[in-house]
Every structure is written in structure tokens, then in C-alpha cells.
Ligand binder design. Structure first.
Ligand code: BGC
Length: 512
């Protein structure tokens, strides 16, 4: 919809809700609003709190690099740098039909991927939205739901003469290889197993942390007679790394900025010191030292600076977000960056100004007082409002929170959204810079495959990352370019399942 300066209209939010927009011109005298000057004074205070200088960014990058190194050398570190057992890049020649399921922060997705070689593929998929109950009930029940949904998908697409089906048929006893994308930190000692280290992104299903989620899912698949073989357990970032490289071989790093945040990259096996401690000896492969090979690492960088809080600039709002979360102390980096938290940070600032009597005097503000009601999508909508009067911002506050705003307040909210999201993008740049610097990619440059709602939908997020990279590296920062990644948890998962099948059939580390 194109918004006119005056009048009414509506816009559909990413959540599917419709937001009515209307202009009001003469309400500014009715209620005791803050003056323009008061809002400008407050903004200055938040600018100081939320601005990251290039110098501070470089200090964060240095600490980040040390943390990444430590995670590679020693097991069980805060940033776990998980070896994924995805050995090297895809050849691009991987072919065949693969199933992929993806248990992410918001949805459960089932995909049938046909890899056609030379970087081409076709995909058929169905998405199921997860309920809050499912995220917190018994873990085995959650996997049962996933298995049942997969069974329905297979019956629909592979059944006899199914209308709208894909035309695929399974022979008696035949199973399809399955890539399972599970976007939470799991420590792995082979590709088709993984022990959940901790839930993130607000998940809290019981009886799952510390357990092998590969085995739990297999149990549910058997219970529901689903004709698949779980070939690989994959993190979404690893899938994104491989899928992006499949179509764009200059990709060296993958990042996700969505409900959660994380990165994966390709490491030299010889530099993963802790493999020996894990009892894994890669030995010799086809006459070559196994150590000359590469392996993808799932960094789980959302955990950077957790517990100790030594390096990241946390404001009191960030500390409240952390302490009131279901996992205090954990995912310190993610809590400053990801889509799950940015709206909540802004809401806490607004609530403080309400309590101080600066905002919405005489209005009923109870709707703003519920944690997490201020969706990060609102920040994105506020920043993309093209109208002088900020009609979108009027609509958000009046429709969802039943409060009226003046233009000065709306400009203030929009400026706040910019501060919070710009800090997130600049911190994201620090993470990317740490990997780039560690791997020595700055001179030759590289592509970074990026995915997630924040990266894809937040206006200016990618540009702010690029600005941040120049602040860290100077002009050379322009050699590092992020681009919208290929679908990692669908296509990437299928490619990894294919690579694993080929590797094992060739007798290369058949037990890993
Ligand atoms: C999880 C990662 C995941 C990221 C993006 C984080 O909360 O710990 O495993 O890659 O979210 O989905």
C-alpha cells in the first residue's frame, strides 16, 4: 500500500494481522504530551548508550577472535565452535531426492528437495506454526508432532494417485534420506547424532537438554512408521553455508539474523585442536592426511560473552531482558542482536519513560506493559514509514496499544528503533569481522550468505552491517559482502544429506 499523507488505509503485518492507519490532526492539545525539546534531550541520552564507536568495535572483534580460537582448541567452551562432520564444500554435482525437516524458532517445515546437479534444485514444502505450548511441553511430544507432520507430508506427496502430489512413489521397504535441521546448539561426535547443549530463542521443552535429539527424533519416526533414514543432523547456519556455496562458490561464511543469531564457516581440520580430545582421529583419506581436509564449524556465537559479560556494551534494558528471560546469563550476544529481543528492548525504554511521567500522561498504558508485546516487526515498520506525519507509527500505537502520540513522540520512537537496530547490525559486523580476520579473508575478500527475518526484512540492516565492516577494517571492509543466502534449512540440509551419503558410500569416515 502507498500511504498518503492524510486519510486512512491499511497494511498487512508480517504476523498476518491487518493494521488500520488513520491520520489525526487536532489531538495534540487534548492530552499532556512531552514537548519536542524533552524528547530531543532524552534521545541524546539513548544515543550515548546505544552508539558503538569503531574503536569499541575493534576491541570486541579482538575478544571475539580469542573466544573463537579457544572454542576450537578446547571442548565445552562458552562459544562451543561445534565440529559438524560436514567435510568440505559440495561439488555441485550432488543429485537425487531428499527430505528435509527444519525445527526453527517459529515454524516446523517439511521439504522435498530434488537436487539436479550444477547448482540447480526443485523444492516442495509445507510449514506448520509451532504453538507456545509445543515449545515448552515434553520434548518427545514435540518430536512426535514433527514425525506425524512428516508422515502426513509423505502420504500426501508419495501416496497413490494423490491429487496435487509430486508423482513420487516409494517402493515397499524403501526409505528416503532425511536431513534434520535443528537450529539449537548440539554437540556432535558424528553427523547423525547431537546432544542438545541448551535451548535458545525462548524454547524450553522439558527432558531434552543433555539428550541426543537425533535419537529422540528417530524414536518418534519409528513410532509413526515414517519411511525415512535420518542421515544428517544439521544446524541452520551450516545448511546455509553449504546451500549458498552450492550456488555461489565465493561464499565462505554463513550467518543467520532471525529469531536467533549464529554463524558457520569452513575450518581446516588441522586447526580444530579439540578433535583429538574428543577421541576423533581423522587419519588418512585416499592417501592424503585427513588433517588436510576441511570441516564446517557451527560457531554458536550467540553465546559470546555469556555469564561473564566482560566485552559487550550492555545497557540496563539489556540486563532486564536477560534477567527476566527463561535463560538468564546465556546467549549474551544474541540478546543484543536477534529479532526475538529488539522489540522488547525498545518496549522497556518506553515503559521507563512512562514511569518517569514523560510519555502518555493521562492515558491508559497497560497494553504496553506486557513483556514481548512490542514485536521487532514494529521497529521495522516504523523505520520504513514513508510519511511526514509517520502514519504507520500512529497506527501501531493506536491500534495495538490504544495510545495517542504526537509527531515529536513518533519521531523519537523511530529514532530509538534506529539506535537499537543499528547497534544490532554493528555488533553483527563484529562477529563477521572476527571470522574474516581469523581466517585471513580480508585481502582477497569473500561473500557471506545471510538469512533470517532481521537480515531479510529490516530496512537498512545489511547496509549497516557493511558500514560496520568498514569501521572495523577501513576501506578493505568493502571486500566482505553479505548477500541473501540460499534456503539453508531446506536445500542446504538436502545437499548435506547427499554429501554424507556419497562420503559414506565412498568409505570416507563411515562411522562419523
Ligand atoms: C541457536 C543457533 C541457531 C540460531 C539461528 C540460535 O539461538 O542457538 O543454533 O543457528 O539461533 O537460528
Amino acid at each position: 500500500m502507498v500511504l498518503s499523507r492524510r486519510g486512512s488505509g491499511s497494511v498487512v503485518l508480517p504476523t498476518g494481522q491487518t493494521l488500520a492507519i488513520h491520520t489525526r490532526t487536532n489531538n495534540e492539545e487534548d492530552l499532556p504530551h512531552a514537548t519536542k525539546k524533552t524528547m530531543a534531550d532524552h534521545l541524546r541520552k539513548y544515543e550515548t548508550l546505544f552508539t558503538l564507536t569503531p574503536q569499541r568495535m575493534r576491541m570486541i572483534v579482538e575478544a571475539f577472535k580469542e573466544t573463537l580460537e579457544l572454542g576450537l582448541q578446547k571442548p565445552e567452551q562458552v562459544v562451543p565452535m561445534i565440529p559438524t562432520f560436514v567435510f568440505g564444500w559440495p561439488s555441485g554435482k550432488e543429485k537425487g531426492d531428499y527430505l528435509a525437516v527444519d525445527l526453527g524458532g517459529t515454524n516446523f517445515r517439511v521439504c522435498l528437495v530434488t537436487l539436479m546437479g550444477s547448482g540447480k534444485f526443485e523444492i516442495t514444502q509445507t510449514k506448520y506454526r509451532l504453538t507456545e505450548e509445543q515449545k515448552h511441553e515434553d520434548g518427545q511430544k514435540l518430536f512426535d508432532f514433527c514425525a506425524e507432520s512428516l508422515k502426513t507430508f509423505i502420504d500426501t506427496n508419495f501416496g497413490d494417485e494423490v491429487e496435487g502430489g509430486t508423482g513420487f512413489k516409494l517402493k515397499e521397504g524403501e526409505t528416503l534420506p532425511l536431513g534434520f535441521t535443528f537450529s539449537y546448539p548440539c554437540s556432535q561426535n558424528k553427523i547423525d547424532h547431537g546432544v542438545l547443549i541448551r535451548w535458545t530463542k525462548g524454547f524450553g521443552a522439558s527432558n531434552t537438554e543433555g539428550k541426543d535429539v537425533g535419537e529422540m527424533f528417530r524414536k518418534s519416526l519409528e513410532k509413526h512408521n515414517v519411511p525415512v533414514t535420518l542421515t544428517a543432523l544439521i544446524n541452520d547456519t551450516t545448511g546455509t553455508l553449504i546451500a549458498s556455496h552450492y550456488v555461489n562458490p565465493s561464499t565462505k561464511i554463513a550467518v543467520i539474523f532471525g529469531t536467533g543469531c549464529n554463524a558457520a564457516y569452513m575450518e581446516h581440520v588441522k586447526d580444530i585442536g579439540k578433535l583429538k580430545d574428543m577421541g576423533i582421529n581423522v587419519g588418512e583419506v585416499n592417501g592424503k592426511e585427513g588433517e588436510e581436509m576441511d570441516m564446517a564449524i557451527n560457531c554458536e556465537w550467540g553465546a559470546f560473552d555469556s555469564f561473564e559479560h566482560e566485552h559487550l556494551p550492555r545497557t540496563k534494558y539489556d540486563i532486564i531482558v536477560d534477567e527476566t528471560s527463561n535463560k538468564p546469563g546465556e546467549q549474551a550476544f544474541e540478546k543484543l542482536i536477534s529479532g526475538r529481543y529488539l522489540g522488547e528492548i525498545l518496549r522497556l525504554i518506553i515503559c521507563e519513560l512512562i514511569d518517569e511521567g514523560v510519555l502518555f500522561l493521562g492515558q491508559n498504558t497497560y497494553k504496553l506493559e506486557n513483556p514481548y508485546v512490542f514485536d521487532t516487526a514494529f521497529l521495522s515498520l516504523m523505520e520504513s514509514d514513508p510519511t511526514d506525519e509517520l502514519l504507520m507509527v500512529i497506527g501501531i500505537f493506536s491500534h495495538f496499544f490504544a495510545v495517542e502520540t504526537t509527531l515529536a513522540e513518533r519521531q523519537f520512537f523511530r529514532a530509538l528503533a534506529k539506535l537499537v537496530s543499528r547497534r544490532a547490525a554493528r555488533l553483527s559486523a563484529c562477529g563477521i569481522a572476527a571470522i574474516v580476520s581469523k581466517m585471513g579473508y580480508i585481502d582477497e575478500g569473500c561473500s557471506v550468505g545471510a538469512d533470517g527475518s532481521l537480515y531479510n526484512k529490516y530496512p537498512g540492516f545489511a547496509d549497516r552491517i557493511h558500514e560496520g565492516l568498514v569501521d572495523v577494517f577501513g576501506e578493505k571492509g568493502r571486500n566482505i559482502i553479505t548477500h541473501h543466502a540460499e534456503d539453508g534449512s531446506g536445500v542446504g540440509s538436502a545437499i548435506i544429506a547427499a554429501m554424507t551419503k556419497i562420503r559414506k558410500e565412498a568409505g570416507i569416515f563411515p562411522d562419523l
